[in-house]
Write a protein that binds this ligand. Structure first.
Ligand SMILES: [Mn+2]
Length: 252
């Protein structure tokens, strides 16, 4: 068993060097014993609907995913706020599992909750409202119906405005406050929704790794935020991995 967790690459076109890096993660997963791949949202800066436009734009990724699926690697794609309504292509054609809400997995003896993380901040009512609109059937229908070039140009605008919605409340705070929000969210959902040993999220672009002890059972609990793939020259890039060697970060 080897599970890899990747999120928030924000690949913004075929020329983006992060695309090649992502492809190399997929390629190495064909031969290194990877059994589970978790794409935890915002892999692409824009992928809306099941339009052939995006399939062709990122054909090498599509083909690598097909190869992984042929080798029975389980691929779980959590939609982010930049990759939306991807169900038809990614689930029906590519045979991946697509999630739009937090979900739980049993892996390597651990109960793991995975989520993109865009519902993490309950105070961000503006974004949560926008999220509701973006996920309606009407927007899904538009995404599958409009020509790809139109989607791309609407998407560019939406992407900018969604970034405004999501990042302006966060930018005003410092990194420590974002980490607090991640950890508070982990404690809150563990108490109010369902227990887990490990929570893996993304979205906030701040890499975090925090452990604590459950007050009642005394068991160890861990919250991991995957951070993001900063453009070249930025911070180092990490993915998270669970296998026989443990639960660890891998620097790319
Ligand atoms: Mn996001």
């Amino acid at each position: 068993m080897r599970a890899k967790f990747v999120s928030d690459i924000h690949i913004n076109g075929p020329e983006d060097p992060r695309l090649e890096k992502f492809e190399s993660v997929l390629r190495s997963s064909l031969t290194d014993g990877t059994s589970h791949l978790f794409l935890v949202g915002d892999i692409f800066d824009l992928w809306v609907g099941s339009h052939s436009f995006f399939r062709e734009r990122y054909l090498a990724v599509v083909e690598l995913i097909q190869q992984l699926r042929r080798q029975n690697v389980e691929v779980n794609y959590f939609e982010g706020n930049h990759d939306l309504h991807i169900q038809k292509l990614w689930s029906i054609e590519l045979k991946c599992r697509v999630f739009t809400e937090p979900s739980y997995f049993d892996l390597g003896g651990l109960r793991i909750r995975v989520e993109h993380g865009d519902q993490m901040n309950p105070e961000d009512t503006g974004y949560l409202f926008l999220r509701g609109i973006l996920r309606t059937g009407f927007v899904k229908w538009l995404a599958d119906t409009l020509p790809g070039s139109v989607i791309q140009s609407i998407g560019d605008k939406m992407s900018r405005s969604s970034r405004k919605w999501t990042s302006s409340p966060l930018k005003a705070r410092d990194e420590a406050a974002i980490k607090n929000m991640i950890r508070n969210h982990a404690r809150r959902v563990r108490k109010n929704e369902a227990p887990f040993d490990l929570l893996i999220s993304g979205h906030v672009h701040v890499r975090d790794d925090f452990s604590w002890q459950d007050e009642l059972s005394g068991t160890d609990v861990r919250s991991v935020n995957l951070g993001w793939w900063a453009p070249s020259g930025g911070a180092p890039i990490f993915i998270f991995c669970i296998d026989a060697e443990g639960r660890r970060w891998i620097e790319l």
